[in-house]
Ligand binder design. Sequence first.
Ligand SMILES: [Zn+2]
Length: 159
Amino acid sequence: MRCPVCAAIDDKVVDSRLSDDGRVTRRRRQCLACAHRFTTFERLDTQPVVVVKRSGEIVPFDTVKVAAGIHAATKGRPIDDADIDHLVETLEEQARSCPTGITTEQLGLGVLEWLAERDPVAYLRFASVYKGFDDPDDFQREARLFKTGSPSDHSDAET
Ligand SMILES: [Zn+2]
């Protein structure tokens, strides 16, 4: 870290402590050239992954909701859960790499493209509800429509 006084870049850490909530490491450094002491803060580099709704509202990318919609569309179809998990990870990465977030439309299309290559039935199920998507909640809401279980079957536990 460049010394703010003499601009030398060699320093040693003379003290290091964690903030109370454990999210920040505070380091007290001493310049090896001029002995000036200064402080640096280290934080985890995280950016929330977001989805942009058609209304422009920005909401967090919820992997559970997205996965629920895909699971519902592929229920009883020969598609591995692990493959779905991988798709959700891929979509999340896509959203993460886009500084303005992924739109619900892009998200839905991403799922459709993926299903198109794998299973026509699941594709049609998903396509039939995709047009109305405006919110990640829709993945979950529509997911219930696919479920053919008894009315009391609201459990998402599909192991
Ligand atoms: Zn210095």
